[in-house]
Ligand binder design. Sequence first.
Ligand SMILES: [Zn+2]
Length: 362
Amino acid sequence: MAAGVARFTEPRRADCPWCGSTALAVLLSTSDRLQAKPGRFTLEECQGCGHVFQNPRLTQEGLDFYYRDFYDGHGEALWDFNFRRLLGAYRGRVGLCAAHGVEPTAWLDVGAGHGHFCDSARSRWPHAVFDGLDQGDGIERGVERGWLDQAHRGRFTDLAGELAGRYDVVSMHHYLEHTRDPYAELDAAARVLEAGGHLLIEVPDPQWPVARRLGRHQLLLWNQPQHQHLIPDRNLIHALEARDFEVVAVQRGAAHMWGAELASLLFFTCIQANPRAPWKPEPSPWRRWGAWPALMVGAALAMPAAVAFDSLCALAARLVDRSNTYRVLARKRAHPAAPTADGQDEALGGWSEPPGGARGRG
Ligand SMILES: [Zn+2]
């Protein structure tokens, strides 16, 4: 930190990594509001295809710096608590698969975090194998707890070769938006799935009007500096179809994540203001014993109003079938169709980097 954080940023790119258009506009600029590490981050939106991405983006070293002590280490207990609160989302994912006749025998959860989702899904399919893949050491704890049968630790794009054809279900829940190259991740998913296998993806929706209105105060959807790409549903569907997936179902309103608007803003503002975070300077007695407790009391008093607002958002999401999150269930075709001259998939390659994965969340 003494050397500054400017070295963690790549040069700004002038075109959309999804479609190559040069018509870009700044969507928002913000700081690290979940951990309060130093730095400033900008999300730009492509005026051609609607793709939202961090620009300039962080280097791999920069991502390592900002992820450190987030889901593991210092932040492990907090996120273990948060992942346990996502039971409704876990049931929704399982329900979507079950409603479309998915009967897994070998399931790979990419970005499995600590293995919470697999632990939940196992109660619906007790005879299936549930493996997890992630970069953090939480994935190994998932095996120790008995939540995962096997842990694959590393980048999905690096491991896809040795896992080729081994699974009939692959899931990516809040994973793709963390990756540096979503096209390469979709290619990897197609590779590890057997023909006829299913891919389940859950990602934040950058088109959710409430998040656009709240701007940088919607912490979890924009989630800077972690989220590299925020993909509109039509773009993801197109990319899947270009990879010989048949889209079976798209869930919007029913996938809404309650509390991701104002309740989590209050919650994480308190966490972020903790003066005892190890990357912050030694706090003054006022900050430690005065300002922080006062902020927490204020947040507690405001929480009922935040909960009411978030509940209204959840109701609206159901009514308009548009939400802060969407799910896509797709099936890998048994007999690939003839390749299409698409050209779009070249765009991400323009970032000239070793193919990189990312940590996925829960
Ligand atoms: Zn674009």
